[in-house]
Design a protein around this ligand. Sequence first.
Ligand code: KG4
Ligand code: ZN
Length: 342
Amino acid sequence: MTPGMRILGIETSCDDTAVAVVDDGCRVRSNVVSSQLDHAAYGGVVPEIAARRHLDNLPTVLERALGEAGTDLGEIDGIAVTRGPGLIGALLAGWCFGRALARATATPWVGVHHLGAHVHGALMPALAEGRKVQWPLVALVVSGGHTSLYAVPGPGRFRALGQTRDDAAGEAFDKVASLLGLGYPGGPVIDRLAVDGDPEAYDLPRSDLGLDFTFSGLKTAVRRLALSEGLQPGRPEDPRVIDLVASFQAAAVDMLVETTRRALREVTAAGVVLAGGVAANSSLRRRFVDLAADEDVALLRSPPALSTDNAAMIAGAGHARLARGEVDSWSLAARATWPLAS
Ligand code: KG4
Ligand code: ZN
């Protein structure tokens, strides 16, 4: 690790405009996320609106990130920008902004894989404490767009073990919240409501597809129950709604934990990584503590602010290449689709 290397990270792959300053790939000096509220009225992200808002937000989010870090562009040694995967218009806003900034300030820049950065984000607290990460790892990346398991033999190397065959887990949280009229994004709302519910009130299906996932059957079961119980949308105070979301969350978390357990028993791993926006879920976080203890592996995860989309993980993930002196070309293109595993 090159000491004292200060990286500016930029993330705009979906609906969060984020800029951060990170030292040495792990020490977060600032981590500013401006979440776009415009999408709530539509029940999901509208790509065109997301791209336009990023353009509006980026200059002020950059100023705040530099200000909170107590630094300025003259002290930035490298710029890391999310290259993909994501919504292409949204990506291009951050990509062009970062590239122009790099060009104008003659600063080295690199494009970063969003999912690889989620995994790096889960390692950052350990790295910042000076703890050595023991490889290989098994990583669960669980977000609004992805739900995948990877074998991670070393830094930045990924082999696919399994993935969702339909919805991503975060998408299932969002859709269940939406069908019950509880707002968007659904994950944090369900997490909060489920605390007061009975997770065993409703018997919901748990699938077993080896190292793959499926959430559509679970989502359909919730929809059927909502209909048969005659639940009205937008009634978070109804005890049946609270029990239903608690039962849904318990089933989703069971599937994520048990599939990761199967992966840990199939491949050699010294640690298990919990990464992505759904890694902010309080029940999933607790269950991973038990999983790591049961399977006798280290647990690598970050606090919620480094789990949901942010630019600190982008700066952290870009650090290794920038520290080696690598720079991306000015003509490199952003990528809407980009598999993580080679
Ligand atoms: O990683 P992320 O911020 O963006 C993507 O790359 O997709 O993940 C967003 C997803 C959303 O589906 C959101 O509902 C979910 O993460 N999420 C949660 C929680 N916080 C965010 N899901 C469950 N519990 C939470 N506390
Ligand atoms: Zn993400």
